[in-house]
Write a protein that binds this ligand. Sequence first.
Ligand code: BDR
Ligand code: CA
Length: 310
Amino acid sequence: ARRIIIDTDPGQDDAVAILLALASPELEVLGITAVAGNVPLPLTSRNARIVCELAGRTDIPVFAGCDAPMTRKLVTAEHVHGKTGLDGPELPEPVMPLQERHAVDFLIETLRAEPAGSVTLCPLGPLTNIATAFRRAPDIVERVQQIVLMGGAYFEVGNYTPAAEFNIYVDPEAAAEVFGAGIPLVVMPLDVTHKALVTKPRNEAIRALGTPVGKAVAEMTDFFERFDLEKYGSEGAPLHDPCVTAYLLAPEIFSGRHINVEIETTSELTLGMTVADWWGVSGRAPNATFIGDLDADAFFTLLTERLAKL
Ligand code: BDR
Ligand code: CA
């Protein structure tokens, strides 16, 4: 199985991404590292454990990481995810413990201990934990197999500011560090996640699984959808973060371009913008595979089939 570390700020869509990974024998989740993002760190590290317990996977170690961006004040997204970050379903408080080690130490020690090129990082939130680990231990950078992350936008521009997607906006310095690290990088920007829409029939298919997981996921997306319906008038909520896990399972349902992507870290107006050279006009070397499209039906079939196994 492919070995991954999920770095996350759950978040209903993060929760679904984690469940999809835990339901898939092709993936071995070495650990989950929580970061501040959608809600503050005490809640994201709580929510990550709630999700593991929902999946019956109390064996997965969950670590708390950075509680604020590298240099900026934390901004959060309760307006999207609710007060707890996981509003919607009623799920019990977690009993499984949080690991004592800091998430950054876990990242560094795991990448040093495992064979080089054997661990893939899956960031689903602001990139603070990952960039902090790279700064503190530059030797681990070349040991990372690949990074597959959710963040940024090109044609879809921004969802948190007119120019920036939330994960990148929250910690643009961290994003710049990760995009500049020279690691094989696959990016799921809003361009693709806004095509992974949980329409009513798709959500009902998940609810109809009739399992605690199916019910919880349907209730999460019901909640999450409220915000997006008001905002975009779309057919359903974009399921951002699960695109990352789905890519690891079925890369053939995604398409994109290997291009240069730079992060804006200074402009007030466009802070956190992913300047994606889609048309190759800059002459700068490509550093990321920027995904633009997916087969949404195949994505939801995969997701529903896998969730049924939990
Ligand atoms: C991203 O921001 C968060 O609100 C979601 O969990 C996702 O990771 C989308 O912009
Ligand atoms: Ca997220």
